[in-house]
Design a protein around this ligand. Structure first.
Ligand SMILES: Cc1ncc(COP(=O)(O)OP(=O)(O)O)c(N)n1
Ligand SMILES: Cc1nc(C(=O)O)sc1CCOP(=O)(O)O
Ligand SMILES: [Mg+2]
Length: 207
């Protein structure tokens, strides 16, 4: 499966009251992966929203990824993104099956990425590359690390953290396949602007 393109990530605060409307606008512009990222413990709302996003993604032929929560991913038969403290990858692969998309946060560490590959990750994520509104405290990562990763790893590489249309081109030039974006996509004044941004991110990846 070719994983290349825009990786849109939701944010419960930024998208409060407009989740489905803004996500659909992004899907109109083209989204390869959509991650449902909700750090709350409101299980009922999480299930309801994730189900609605799954149905929306099906209509647009986009794969849904649940952040942190392999059980919810298994329940909905979708993928999952796991950070370093979100549980082990191998049992998650066994739980979700070999066709599921499983992503792994590797910060700025190639050894974490090599381990994730061994344990069955579908893509590895490095970041953060720029100042992030969503996660200002995340450790930083350099373009240099991307060069090393690209020459060693033979699976899709995702970049995250403060990515916008203005700063994303160098990431693509250094081998990134997936641009993971929250604020640079959804921090827009209108649905039309979200769609425009999604299209423009995809243009950047057409090289
Ligand atoms: C695509 C992608 N990359 C990295 C992360 C960060 O995951 P994690 O370190 O577990 O932090 P939280 O997002 O759970 O706060 C991600 N979610 N997606
Ligand atoms: C969820 C997340 N993880 C990061 C990491 O570096 O691991 S940066 C980040 C936030 C991404 O949001 P924005 O595009 O608004 O910066
Ligand atoms: Mg996590």
């Amino acid at each position: 499966m070719k994983l290349r393109g825009l990786y849109a990530i939701t944010d419960s605060h930024l998208l409060d009251g407009k989740l489905l409307k803004y996500v659909e606008a992004a899907l109109e512009g083209g989204v390869t992966l959509l991650q449902y990222r909700d750090k709350s413990s409101d299980e009922a709302r999480r299930l309801r929203e994730a189900e609605a996003l799954r149905d929306l993604c099906e209509r647009y032929n986009t794969r849904l990824i649940i952040n942190d929560d392999a059980e919810l991913a298994a329940r909905l038969n979708v993928g999952v993104h796991l950070g370093q403290t979100d549980g082990p990858l191998s049992p998650t692969r066994a739980l979700l099956g070999r066709d599921a998309i499983i992503g792994s946060t590797c910060h700025a560490q190639l050894d974490l990425a090599e381990q994730a590959v061994k344990e069955g990750a579908s893509y590895v994520a490095f970041g953060r590359f720029f100042n992030s509104n969503t996660k200002p405290g995340a450790p930083t990562c350099s373009l240099d690390l991307l060069d090393q990763a690209r020459s060693k790893l033979h699976l899709p590489i995702c970049a995250i953290g403060g990515i916008t249309l203005e700063n994303a081109a160098p990431l693509v030039a250094h081998g990134v396949d997936l641009l993971a974006v929250v604020h640079g996509l959804f921090g827009a004044e209108s649905t039309a602007e979200v769609t425009r941004r999604a299209r423009a991110f995809n243009e950047l990846l057409k090289v």
